[in-house]
Design a protein around this ligand. Structure first.
Ligand SMILES: Cc1ncc(COP(=O)(O)O)c(C=O)c1O
Length: 419
């Protein structure tokens, strides 16, 4: 494998983790579609089970195609290692479970993705684990929520669909002051826009289903470990056996050994392969997603039917300054939310669209629209929807990479049709 860490991101995303010499000269890894791997001798299989060799055993434990993607994703986030899993939620649940025991607490932003919110509030709640949810941009509230039971701090780089932008550098400083790791769901920003580990975060999670694969053809998730957090500071005595085994990769070893292989959250190698193919064009796609989103946000804000636009790229947005500091001049992501008169108007608008797809996903190269209040969040209590900024007038738009003129023409047609 060649060294790629000296390359610019746009080149690294193509070349990192490439091992044609191990793939018979192929430029992508083969799809190892096998449930299990043969071992020449009884001694070899025994050595592999006891960790003396890194050969593959059984697909639920590891797979060479998935491994190739893990090497690439770790490099892109400036991490030391990664585990690819069946979905973003598999990555989030395993990443958190590996740090939690009954009675523990953790601090997180309150603008969480829907299933993350349900996992934290409802599922973890059953095991006597308490998420302390705070406004993700309120650093004082974040610090005040930390106590002796806290095991980590958890944030999303850009809230979905609240579009708030927490200050990751300052959040990491606070977490570290209390001996806690900072976990960041970086799905909406991608490493093209933001590398949380470079800002001080310790662990990064993605739903690779979104921008990283980019074509809406493969679910996946990943946990990436920066390998810098000192687990021996006092709050994590249960990490010691894993430190003894794997040193700076203790956390990934704990996830893998205790949770990933026992919960069976393995990803199919076809999904790893499709994600590798998608990643080749990540930089180009993100450039276009973000340029298009900026143009669409500017267009929407001057339409009389649109009561508000929520996009960190707009100069008067509450997250604009932090976004500029954290993301540089590249852009502000490809997702935005905007308000129409009411739910009925949102429905009519969506039904008027001709090109933009109406579905529950984001980060696809195609533009996608949804009315979250009546779909993903339909069964949530009203006060929770209000906390998560899910209002009846909200339309969420994942701006794709089509010609921006066509996106704007479709939006124009759908808005004109409201009269
Ligand atoms: C920010 C964020 N994190 C995690 C997830 C969950 O990912 P998956 O659907 O791959 O489980 C999503 C899905 O929309 C998301 O938007």
């Amino acid at each position: 494998m060649k060294k790629t860490n000296f390359l610019r991101f746009d080149s690294m995303v193509i070349h990192a983790g490439q091992s044609p010499e191990q793939w018979q000269g192929a430029t992508l890894p083969p799809i190892y579609q096998t449930a299990s791997h043969c071992h020449g001798t009884a001694e070899n299989l025994s050595d592999t089970f006891s960790g003396k060799t890194t050969d593959h055993i059984y697909m639920r434990l590891s797979n060479p195609t998935n491994k190739a993607l893990e090497v690439k994703l770790a490099a892109l986030e400036n991490g030391r290692g990664a585990i690819f899993m069946s979905s973003g939620m598999a990555a989030i649940s395993n990443a958190c479970m590996a740090l939690l025991r009954a009675g523990d607490e953790f601090v997180c932003g309150n603008s969480l993705f829907m299933s993350t919110y349900l996992l934290f509030k409802n599922v973890f709640g059953k095991y006597d684990i308490t998420p302390r949810m705070v406004e993700s941009t309120d650093l004082a509230a974040l610090e005040a929520a930390i106590n002796e039971k806290t095991r980590f701090v958890y944030l999303e780089t850009i809230g979905n669909p609240k579009m708030d932008v927490p200050n990751l550098r300052k959040a990491a400083e606070i977490a570290h002051r209390y001996g806690l790791p900072l976990l960041v769901d970086n799905t909406l920003a991608t490493p093209y826009l933001c590398r949380p580990i470079d800002l001080g975060a310790d662990l990064v999670i993605h739903s690779t289903t979104k921008y990283l694969s980019g074509h809406g053809d493969a679910t996946g998730g990943v946990v990436i470990d920066g390998g810098n957090f000192d687990w021996q500071q006092g709050r994590f005595p249960d990490m010691q056996p894993f430190i003894d085994r794997k040193g700076p990769l203790a956390y990934l070893d704990k996830i893998w050994r205790e949770h990933h292989i026992n919960f069976g959250t393995t990803a199919a190698p076809l999904h790893a392969y499709l994600t590798m193919v998608g990643l080749d064009t990540l930089a180009l796609r993100m450039e276009r997603h973000m340029a298009n989103a900026m143009r669409v946000a500017e267009f929407l804000r001057y339409r009389s039917e649109v009561s508000w636009v929520n996009f960190a790229g707009l100069a008067d947005h509450h997250g604009n300054r932090t976004a500029r500091e954290q993301f540089g001049e590249k852009g502000f992501g490809g997702l935005l939310a905007f308000g129409l008169k009411d739910q009925e108007t949102c429905f009519r608008f969506i039904n008027n669209l001709q090109m933009i797809y109406h579905l529950a996903n984001l980060g696809d190269c195609k533009s996608l629209v949804i009315h979250p209040y009546s779909s993903q969040y339909v069964s949530f209590p009203e006060e929770t929807k209000a906390d998560l900024a899910i209002t009846p007038d909200l339309v969420r738009l994942s701006v794709g990479i089509e010609a921006v003129e066509d996106i704007i023409a479709d939006l124009t047609h759908a808005l004109d049709g409201l009269h």
